[in-house]
Design a binder for this molecule. Structure first.
Ligand code: FES
Ligand code: FES
Length: 152
């Protein structure tokens, strides 16, 4: 089976019903997406499929029909995505476990809604849990990233 991930093509020899998260982590060694709950309740495994945020623990690899982007493909340390820059600026991460999923959710959300209200941010991020409680800094970083993306 052929998968395009972070701009590169991969041939993987797996069953169609293996969750995308397993393929990314165990077959391709892409470990940014994390296993949290396995049942679409935490958001730690969030990646983009065709630019849309999906829970990779719930997407069967046989159903992947578009390019997949993980945190590793969003930006690089020297050319960060605006959301990643804002995360650094606000020092959002604590333990970091949830943060790749948070950033992937936030970046896909800002693509759809570049000028969100606080309520829209809260709604969009409500499925991404953080046991360290970084929520206030996540919201602040999303506001900063939104302003940056709009050139404000
Ligand atoms: S591991 Fe996928 S949503 Fe929790
Ligand atoms: S930073 Fe620790 S779980 Fe979110």
């Amino acid at each position: 089976m052929r998968l395009r991930v972070n701009g590169a093509d991969h041939e993987v020899d797996v069953e169609d019903d293996m969750p995308l998260l397993w393929v990314l982590r165990d077959e391709l060694g892409i470990t940014g997406p994390k296993y949290g709950c396995g049942i679409a309740q935490c958001g730690a495994c969030t990646v983009h499929m065709g630019g849309v945020a999906v829970r990779s623990c719930q997407v069967l690899v046989g159903d992947v029909d578009d390019e997949v982007t993980t945190i590793e493909g969003l930006g690089t340390p020297i050319a960060m995505h605006a959301v990643q820059e804002a995360w650094v600026e606000h020092q959002v991460a604590q333990c970091g476990y949830c943060q790749a999923g948070q950033i992937m959710q936030a970046s896909a959300f800002l693509d759809l809604n570049p000028d969100p209200t606080d309520a829209q941010i809260d709604a969009a991020m409500s499925g991404n849990l953080c046991r360290c409680g970084t929520y206030p800094r996540i919201r602040a970083a999303i506001r900063t990233a939104a302003a940056k993306l709009q050139g404000v």
